[in-house]
Structure formats: C-alpha cells, structure tokens
Write a protein that binds this ligand. Structure first.
Ligand SMILES: CSC[C@H]1O[C@@H](n2cnc3c(O)ncnc32)[C@H](O)[C@@H]1O
Ligand SMILES: [Zn+2]
Length: 443
C-alpha cells in the first residue's frame, strides 16, 4: 500500500498545471508530487511545500501537462522520410514505399529507425506512441531500452512482409510477443491488420478470435480514402466499416485509423460499438486522402484521438503541430470556428489517446495514482506573450521546440531539451548513413 506521508521523489512547481481531467481546468500556484513513478500529490503550492521531497524543481514560465500520446504511426519509417513526396496514397504505397520496404527493411533498419522516431517524439513532448511496423519484437526492445511507453501493433497482411512469410506466421509471432510482454509496465501488444483492402475475411476472423481470447486491441487503417470505400462497394457489395462490423471486429478495443469517409450508417456503427477513431490530419492532407469530420464524431460521442502516421507521409512526428492542424482543420470541415477548441484539442492529444489505446486507467491526465507521464512546455518566449489562456497559447502559438522537460513513469527522458538516454549526434549520423545507402550514394 502506498504511504501518503512518505517522502516524494520529486516535487514539480510549474506556473500552470493542466490536468486535462477535469476538462478545461488550469491550476496556478499548484504543485505535483511523484513517488515510485506515479503521481502522488496534486495540490496548492503552499501545501506542496510542506511535503518532504528528495528533489524540488521550480518550473517558472512552464505549463505542466500529461505527456502527448501519438495514437498512430510507423516508427521506423523515419528512415524513409522524404523518400516519396507529393503522391496519392496508392501510388505512394504501391510504386514507392512497398518496393523500398521489400529492399531495405530488416531488423537493423527497424532498430535504427525506431530509435530515431523515439528520440524525435520525446523531444516533441510525446510520452506514449502507437507503432505499427515490421519486426515488432525489435521495436519493443527499443521501447524497453528508451524508457518511453508504447502500443506495438503486430503488422498483418494477406501477403508476405519483412519478418513473416504469411499472416499465420505474423499472428503466431504476435501471440508469442503478447505473452512475453503481458506484464511489461510500458509496452502493450495489439494486433494490426493493415487495412480492409490488404486483409481478407478469413484472416480478419482469425484476428478477431485471438484478440478476444487475449483481450487484446485491434489497430487498423480504415476508410483512409474514398477510393478504398468505392472499391469495397464494387468488389464486395459493402463498405469496409460495415464489413468489419459484420465480422465482429468493432468495439471498444478497436482503433479505426483515418476514417475520412463517414456515412450516417458508419457513424451509427462507430457510436453503437464504442469504437475509437484515430485522426491523422497531416498525412490525410499530404496524400490528399480526405478529411475526418472530427467535430461531427465528437458531438456524436465517438472517442477521437490524434496521430502523426509515419514520417514518410507527414513528414514529421510532431504531435503538438498535428494537434494544431487538427484544431484548425476541424473548424474548416465543420464550417464552424467553435469546432475543436484548444482545450478539447489538448484532450484529444492526451486523454482521448489513452482511451483509444486502452491506457486510460494509467495515463492521459494528471490524476493521483496515474503514472507520472508528464511534459513541461516553456511558454516564456516572446512568441507566447501575453498569456490570457496558456492552453490556447500552447495549441495555437507554441512549437515543439518549447518542450523543455519530459518524464515517463517518473523517469526523466528529456532534461532542459537534452535527451537523457540517447546520443543525439550518433542518431543523426546513423540516419544519415541509412539515407546515403537508400539513395544510392552508399559507402
Ligand atoms: C502493416 S502496417 C505497415 C505498412 O503500412 C504502410 N503504411 C504506412 N502509412 C500508411 C498509410 O497511411 N496507409 C496505408 N498504409 C500505410 C507501411 O508502409 C507498411 O507497409
Ligand atoms: Zn498509417
């Protein structure tokens, strides 16, 4: 049993503390205490200063919030950043990315690309990310070593992929990894059927059965483009989401990534099944895939989280920037300036992400008992002045270079913008070497 009178490991005293839950609250003159990797105290500064703490840290001019949660991405694709730009989805995938993956993706690629992604994300205020890429065991090892938190989705397609000769092998590997990491405090294994157009009914049914047995989540690209929906209607006589509903996949453990096409029936299915949607606005904009109607979903009660997608279609892993884009785009799509205000946008990037990934009891808001996954943003620069509402300033006027400190489960992974577990120069050198090999100037 935790002892409330025991000394704190760390007491943080920021200018603003934004717990996200309760919604819309900004606390001034408050402190947050951490003990054994968890939030042990939130209260007025005067009370906080009476507590024993091994370390007390003043954070003047800083906003302390839950760490950002990047709910969809393909981490190792950082090494394909900028390889094939300005193309529509299917041309990008079929003519550029899949051939490059067949040629280059091996365990070393995933090791180096995932490290680069983790470091970039930590520097951008992300404490937890969702990954869906090849060699998920290697990605899990990188997450374990780095101290970050992640959901790792096992990639499954009907055809051979790097690391698995068919869907059965991928599923077998996934079940093994799930069981190996069942008790890992920061890694959650889920199943990642790629998309309705790459996974047939037979494999989807196998995935549903196994996910049910293990109580595991399912993470999938769905309704990314109008073409995907049209093709499914022509070939199968039904919309992809309706097909997933008929096969029994939808539910609170299902994460539908993209959803740029939503009919009234689709919306009803999402609401009834309590399926989460993961919105990736910048990838959707860059590939001209379409627009996810975030405000409509939100008003209907659907949980909407936000993700960057991979660095080959974004081209960065900047969730703060992505959240700004989401807030601005939501207004354009809804035709209403009140759509997705700054406080709801921050909730989408934190608590909604946690809920989508099934981590709501553990992270996503600053509440006593939750894991201490925190980020301190420095709002003292001239571009943030004056400050009427610090959350408005964070979403609309702050870039990720203002991320000052970051903790996951109470461990500091970024200290005054310095990565505590990575050598930044080494990461850059390794990525540059991969780029030279891939672009054909290899040594
Ligand atoms: C099984 S997941 C890995 C697989 O997905 C590809 N991918 C990356 N981004 C997207 C996207 O936006 N839509 C569809 N597929 C995507 C990635 O290149 C891998 O082949
Ligand atoms: Zn994706």
């Amino acid at each position: 049993m935790p002892n409330p009178a025991a000394a704190l490991d760390l007491l943080l005293l920021p200018t603003w503390l934004v717990p996200v839950e309760p919604a819309g609250v900004v606390l001034k003159e408050h402190g947050l205490g951490i003990r054994d990797g968890r939030i042990a105290f939130i209260g007025p500064r005067s009370e906080a200063l009476k507590l024993k703490a091994s370390e007390v840290r003043e954070l003047p001019g800083m906003l302390l919030s839950p760490g950002l949660i990047n709910a969809h991405g393909h981490a190792a694709m950082t090494l394909f950043r900028g390889l094939a730009d300005d193309l529509p989805l299917m041309t990008w995938l079929e003519q550029h990315i899949w051939p490059a993956e067949a040629k280059w993706v091996d365990e070393a690629f995933v090791r180096d690309g995932t490290d680069l992604a983790i470091a970039e994300q930590i520097k951008g205020g992300i404490t937890c990310f969702s990954d869906m890429y090849f060699f998920p065991k290697v990605a899990s090892e990188r997450v374990h070593n780095s101290g970050i938190r992640a959901q790792i989705a096992i990639p499954i397609l009907d055809f051979p992929i790097p690391g698995a000769s068919d869907a059965d092998e991928a599923i077998r590997q996934g079940v093994e990894l799930f069981s190996d990491l069942k008790h890992h405090p920061r890694i959650k294994i889920t199943f990642g059927p790629h998309a309705p157009y790459t996974v047939g009914d037979e494999n989807l049914e196998k995935i549903r059965v196994i996910a049910e047995e293990l109580d595991a989540a399912i993470h999938m690209h769905v309704h990314e483009t109008a073409f995907e929906v049209q093709q499914s209607i022509e070939q199968r006589g039904e919309r992809p989401l309706a097909r997933l509903g008929r096969l029994g996949l939808l539910g609170p453990r299902f994460q539908a990534v993209h959803m740029t096409q939503i009919s009234d029936d689709d919306l009803a299915l999402l609401v009834e099944s309590n399926t989460s949607v993961i919105h990736c606005p910048e990838s959707n904009l860059k590939l001209a895939s379409g627009f996810c109607p975030v405000e409509r979903l939100w008003q209907a009660g659907v949980n909407v989280a936000v993700g960057t997608d991979g660095a080959a279609s974004n081209n960065d892993l900047d969730l703060l920037g992505e959240t700004r884009t989401a807030a601005l785009l939501a207004k354009a799509v809804a035709g209403s300036a009140t759509a997705l205000d700054a406080h709801r946008a921050l909730r989408m990037a934190t608590l909604n992400g946690a809920r989508a990934l099934g981590l709501e009891a553990e992270v996503g808001s600053l509440e006593v008992g939750k894991a201490a996954d925190l980020v301190a943003f420095d709002l003292s620069g001239l571009a943030q002045q004056p400050i009427y509402d610090p959350v408005s300033q964070l979403i609309y006027a702050t870039g990720r270079d203002c991320v000052k400190h970051l903790w996951v489960a109470g461990k500091q992974l970024l200290d005054d913008r310095r990565l505590t577990r990575f050598d930044e120069q080494q990461l850059c050198a390794t990525a540059t070497a991969w780029g030279r090999r891939i672009s054909g100037h290899a040594e």
